[in-house]
Design a protein around this ligand. Structure first.
Ligand SMILES: *[C@@H]1O[C@H](CO)[C@@H](O)[C@H](O)[C@H]1NC(C)=O
Ligand SMILES: *[C@@H]1O[C@H](CO)[C@@H](O)[C@H](O)[C@H]1NC(C)=O
Ligand SMILES: *[C@@H]1O[C@H](CO)[C@@H](O)[C@H](O)[C@H]1NC(C)=O
Ligand SMILES: *[C@@H]1O[C@H](CO)[C@@H](O)[C@H](O)[C@H]1NC(C)=O
Ligand SMILES: *[C@@H]1O[C@H](CO)[C@@H](O)[C@H](O)[C@H]1NC(C)=O
Ligand SMILES: *[C@@H]1O[C@H](CO)[C@@H](O)[C@H](O)[C@H]1NC(C)=O
Ligand SMILES: *[C@@H]1O[C@H](CO)[C@@H](O)[C@H](O)[C@H]1NC(C)=O
Ligand SMILES: *[C@@H]1O[C@H](CO)[C@@H](O)[C@H](O)[C@H]1NC(C)=O
Ligand SMILES: *[C@@H]1O[C@H](CO)[C@@H](O)[C@H](O)[C@H]1NC(C)=O
Ligand SMILES: *[C@@H]1O[C@H](CO)[C@@H](O)[C@H](O)[C@H]1NC(C)=O
Ligand SMILES: *[C@@H]1O[C@H](CO)[C@@H](O)[C@H](O)[C@H]1NC(C)=O
Ligand SMILES: *[C@@H]1O[C@H](CO)[C@@H](O)[C@H](O)[C@H]1NC(C)=O
Length: 800
């Protein structure tokens, strides 16, 4: 509300009628107008003889104001008797003293017009919506300007009904505004601020909506999908905050040294949210959200962990010189820190045996590298994100190595000898053969190269020895590479047959057999003994013939002769055999077989598994000592707590078999077994054994059925077949064994015919055949006989 209040102070001074100018009295007035309003003042000339030509308007700077046109802000206008001053739109610079002057007899008269321009009262820097700070002293700003210092008044409520006064202590009215002390939520609402100028009577009002501000509070930093995530995934972090006015958000990464201004951030922010298209490992770190409004700021941090798949660093093929210390490790990056294992896979992955080699190597182990470390190493780095493997081939550079550096070989006419310079070497070695002949050689040391093609440079040689070609002697191969050299010596010597056996004796004689101890001869040059031959015969036969039985044994088997005659003197001689041939016979020696006697004790051969399935006890026939074994006596007694219960013992005699089925053998019982072999000469000493039979559950595979059992089963099957055939025959033709047997049996169940007989239907033996009831429908021609005494009917042609 603006009011223009014009105040005139007019001093009217009466002047005399004898005028000598337009006016002869000075006048002064003051006019105050608001900015922009129009100012108009007349200066009139009523005295006769004087016209407006005698009037002049002067501005505050004493310049003559002229008519409109030149200066549109201030101008004069001529009327009939008056010259009027116009200021169409007043402004502050135009304020000042304007004078209308007239002259008379060199005397000047003037009308003075004090012109003042002032602004109407108005509010400045005053917003309609203002915020109060909770729990603080807070000001609602309301400032006004006017012609003079305005009087500020405050009202609370929509209609401005409650005036606010200074005294309460809650409020303080100042020129800047209303200070509300210790703001609480009730202070929210509409306030009316009024400014009035007493001098002009102006009054303006403004309604201010006040809200209580609350400082921001960050309730949550929400990372989606997670604050821990794998590299490459998109990430969004939301900063949820409360406060009034709605807080604005700023984001920064902690530890970012670059000033925010020209840092190209890897995220984009919209309102309260930052987004990463795909997060990088470098984006990991702490992010801070700063929420701020006029009431304050708040910040909160969130830690973003970027998981990365394992990456193996520097696990690459390497060549290491043997003997150097080589740290074998697998360095892997990744988050979380990967678990690293190194395995050795052998020389080749295809190698079937590779799994045998596969061994785990601790993460960081220093190998004192040798050639056996060569091969494939696989590093496996695994973390929660992924698993990565990398293969490294460790190549070990080393001098040549031979498996054996010296080999003695025997050769003779017809033998072929192979020699090889095969070696292990990295890088491949140069090698060469050299030859030194010995006494038996047919070739000069210098000449072998001429005879054998590429003797020096071929890796392998095969020498067929003959009387013409016999490269006996030393064949040496040298292999060399930059890491060293090695040699291998083959000594090929002439091989001879074994020398005479010097030490042989009989160790064990029975009535029919003899065993020997033979010491291989050593006093010869040649390959080792592989067997022996013996020529032997009864001493008496030597007078009759030169042809005697012989027997060869390979080394390793018992040297035993059997099927000898009891109570006889034998002569025997031996010779040793090697790959060259058979040695000389040793001198003859004699041995005697024993007299016939009772057999040796039998030898138990009990298998628990077999026993559980078949309950068959087995043994091995012993040496019969000249007379055949005719029977065995078996006795077995269950043992109760290691005590032999004589009363429970059972005995069996077994003829011409070396096994016995014992069905009454209890499972899971300890038995004392005694077995005696018998021949014409008597009983052997008993073979004793204590045996715990297995538990019943022990299941034997059916394949363990003995041959005897198989034969037994076959026989039973055959018999069953025959019986079945016979039954069919009986049913069909009333013929066969059953027919004949059962017709004689008195125990047969009563035939329906017997019942009839009881009724006296079949009294006459001779006529029975004609009875229709006896005829089978499809067997009408069949004739039956009825035996009155037995009550049995038989077919006339049955086989009885
Ligand atoms: C209100 O009180 C303050 C100080 O107590 C004083 O400066 C101010 O002029 C007073 N205002 C009014 C309108 O009385
Ligand atoms: C920031 O940008 C200015 C000018 O573009 C450059 O001179 C300054 O080196 C930059 N600062 C950083 C830390 O990159
Ligand atoms: C950001 O805030 C403005 C104003 O509050 C709103 O209009 C806009 O929809 C917001 N943008 C998003 C992406 O939320
Ligand atoms: C609240 O008042 C205290 C002391 O009076 C002052 O330090 C603080 O800056 C004020 N808070 C606001 C948001 O004005
Ligand atoms: C593993 O790699 C890291 C990064 O390249 C390196 O700092 C560290 O020394 C390496 N560790 C070993 C044992 O070489
Ligand atoms: C492997 O060994 C190095 C050196 O000893 C060690 O720094 C590293 O932590 C180990 N790495 C693992 C996965 O055990
Ligand atoms: C690597 O090791 C992890 C666990 O130790 C296993 O699950 C994975 O199969 C291994 N990878 C290979 C290729 O051997
Ligand atoms: C490492 O050695 C293996 C076996 O010799 C080979 O197959 C592979 O290509 C080699 N890798 C590199 C990177 O040389
Ligand atoms: C192997 O022989 C070749 C050619 O004869 C020669 O160049 C090389 O130096 C030899 N290497 C060694 C280790 O003697
Ligand atoms: C061994 O006996 C067989 C026939 O019995 C005979 O042919 C062979 O020559 C004999 N061997 C020796 C070395 O006497
Ligand atoms: C054993 O032989 C000797 C003579 O060779 C003979 O006197 C003796 O009666 C024989 N003994 C038996 C039991 O036959
Ligand atoms: C065998 O018998 C003993 C005692 O007589 C018993 O403790 C054991 O469990 C039995 N074993 C089997 C396999 O039946």
């Amino acid at each position: 509300m603006k009011k223009n209040f014009v105040f005139y102070a007019v001093f009217v001074i009466l002047f005399s009628r004898d005028c000598s100018a337009c006016f002869q009295e000075d006048q002064e007035n003051t006019k105050i107008v608001t900015t922009g309003s129009t100012f108009y003042e007349e200066c009139c000339c009523y005295e006769p003889g004087y016209t407006i030509k005698h009037l002049q308007w002067l501005d505050p700077s004493n310049n003559v104001i002229v008519g409109p046109g030149t200066d549109s802000k201030v101008y004069t206008e001529e009327q009939t008797d008056c010259l009027s001053l116009h200021i169409p739109s007043a402004s502050k610079p135009q304020a000042g003293t304007y004078r209308c002057v007239t002259k008379f007899e060199e005397k000047q008269y003037k009308q003075v017009h004090n012109f003042d321009v002032y602004d109407p009262v108005y509010f400045f820097g005053t917003k309609n919506n203002q915020n109060l700070v909770l729990h603080n002293d807070s000001r609602i700003t309301c400032q006004a300007k006017g012609a003079s210092r305005p009087l500020m008044r405050w009202y609370k409520g929509k209609d401005g009904q409650n005036e606010i006064f200074n005294e309460t202590g809650k409020y303080e009215v100042t020129q800047e505004g209303l200070l509300i002390k210790n703001v609480n939520n009730d202070d929210e609402g509409t306030y009316r601020c009024s400014a009035s100028i007493l001098s002009t009577g102006e009054e303006v009002e403004i309604d201010i909506e006040a809200k209580v501000m609350t400082p921001p509070k960050i309730t949550q930093l929400l990372a989606s999908p997670e604050s821990v995530l794998a590299a490459g995934e998109p990430l969004m972090i939301e900063c949820l905050a409360e406060g009034w006015p709605e807080p604005k958000r700023d984001w920064k990464k902690i530890g970012d040294v670059n000033p925010a201004g020209n840092k190209t951030v890897s995220w984009t922010q919209t309102n309260d949210t930052i987004r990463f298209k795909n997060i990088n490992p470098e984006d990991a770190g702490t992010y801070e959200c700063i929420a701020f409004n006029d009431a304050g700021t708040a910040n909160k941090q969130i830690n973003i962990v970027v998981l990365t798949r394992p990456e193996i660093i520097g696990f690459t093929n390497k060549s290491i010189v043997e003997g150097t210390l080589f740290p074998i490790f697998c360095n892997a990056t990744g988050l979380p820190k990967p678990k690293v294992t190194i395995t050795y896979e052998g020389r080749s992955l295809d190698d079937e045996r590779a799994t045998d080699y596969e061994e785990e190597i601790s993460n960081f182990s220093i190998l004192n590298v040798n050639r056996y470390n060569e091969g494939i190493y696989i590093c496996n780095a695994t973390n929660d994100v992924d698993t990565t493997t990398q293969l490294m081939y460790l190549s070990v550079l080393h001098q040549p190595y031979f498996d054996n550096t010296y080999e003695l070989l025997w050769a003779w006419n017809g033998e072929t000898v192979n020699i090889s310079c095969a070696h292990d070497s990295n890088p491949p070695a140069n090698f060469t053969w050299s030859y030194t002949s010995d006494n038996f050689s047919t070739i000069e040391s210098t000449a072998l190269g001429n005879i054998v093609e590429d003797y020096e440079i071929e890796l392998e040689h095969s020498f067929p020895f003959s009387s013409q070609f016999a490269p006996f002697g030393k064949h040496e191969c040298w292999a060399k590479n930059e890491y060293g050299e090695a040699n291998k010596v083959y000594y090929i010597r002439k091989g001879f047959i074994p020398s005479v056996i010097e030490n042989a004796s009989s160790t064990d004689e029975t009535a029919t057999s003899a065993s020997f101890y033979i010491e291989p001869p050593i006093n010869y040059e040649g390959p080792k003994v592989i067997g022996f031959i013996a020529e032997y015969d009864e001493a008496d036969n030597y007078k009759i013939t030169d042809i005697h039985p012989n027997r060869t044994w390979a080394i390793g088997v018992p040297f035993k002769l059997d099927k000898l005659r009891p109570n006889t003197t034998y002569h025997i001689k031996f010779a040793a055999i090697n790959r060259v041939g058979t040695g000389e016979w040793s001198p003859k020696m004699a041995f005697d077989t024993m007299d016939k006697s009772a057999p040796e004790p039998p030898i138990w051969q009990v298998d628990a598994l077999e026993l559980s399935s078949s309950k068959v006890l087995k043994w091995k026939a012993p040496e019969n000592n000249g007379e055949p074994i005719d029977s065995y006596f078996l006795r077995y007694c269950p043992m109760e707590e290691e005590q032999n219960e004589e009363s429970l013992c059972k005995a069996h005699q077994v003829k011409a078999a070396t096994e016995l089925e014992v069905p009454d053998l209890q499972y899971n019982t300890t038995y004392y077994l005694e077995l005696i072999a018998h021949n014409a000469k008597g009983n052997s000493t008993p073979a004793n054994m204590s045996l715990t039979t297995p538990g019943e559950l022990l299941n034997a595979p059916s394949s363990l059925l003995s041959a005897g059992a198989v034969i037994g089963i076959s026989i039973v099957v055959v018999i069953l077949c025959l019986v079945l055939l016979d039954v069919l025959l009986y049913l069909w033709k009333k013929q066969g064994i059953i027919a004949s047997c059962c017709c004689k049996s008195k125990k047969r169940k009563p035939n329906p015919l017997n019942a009839r007989d009881k009724k006296g239907l079949l009294k006459d033996n001779g006529k029975s055949g004609t009875d229709d009831t006896l005829k089978r429908p499809d067997n009408g021609h069949k004739e039956y006989e009825y035996n009155k005494t037995t009550g049995i009917i038989t077919g006339k042609h049955s086989s009885v």
